[in-house]
Design a protein around this ligand. Sequence first.
Ligand code: SAM
Length: 192
Amino acid sequence: MRRIQPASSLTMPYSFLFRMLKDPRTTGALAPSSARLARELANLAKNSENVLELGAGTGAVTQALSRVVNEDKLQIVELQKKLAVSLKKRYPNLKVLHSTAHRALDNYRQSGSVAVVSSLPFRSLPPAIKHLTVQSLLAFLKSSPGSQLIQYTYGLSAPFTAPAGFKWQQIKWVFANFPPACIWVLTKSPDQ
Ligand SMILES: C[S@@+](CC[C@H](N)C(=O)[O-])C[C@H]1O[C@@H](n2cnc3c(N)ncnc32)[C@H](O)[C@@H]1O
């Protein structure tokens, strides 16, 4: 755990909005995650042995995670090269992958339970990418005992439909976020 260089709070919302306009389906939000939402996600993840963050974006959630998770236990993944490069500069001791989430999940090798903390915009992702990502997540949870997916969504229903053998739990709404977000946790059912 280390002291983090704060990202510019003035320029970040503008660059985020620019990215949203350029690539709305993969960005999936109008603003970076709030500090409150990021803290709630980090609190849910902190007792797992490892943490894998998907769709780290501008690093709002990474910042909260890096306060409660040892840096050798935290890996982060971001699809957009510019963002991945800037995250690596900001967090030189973290493993930062410029990759799709499904590839990162398929290649992830760490023993022990994993909290997968995701900002991926499942409601807007292109269908083929959404399908690949969901399949990789389900395979990962199946093969990794004690692991969980911690995901937020701006909608009223679960982030995506999970098949039999998996269970979504709605955790809480965070209103101090734009727009308000609901946190959900997906786990493998105990008897599977
Ligand atoms: C809602 S935004 C980021 C939110 C982030 N918590 C923040 O505050 O900046 C979602 C991020 O997921 C990334 N993303 C979208 N699809 C992805 C994929 N298939 N694999 C990895 N990252 C992806 C986007 O590039 C974007 O940065």
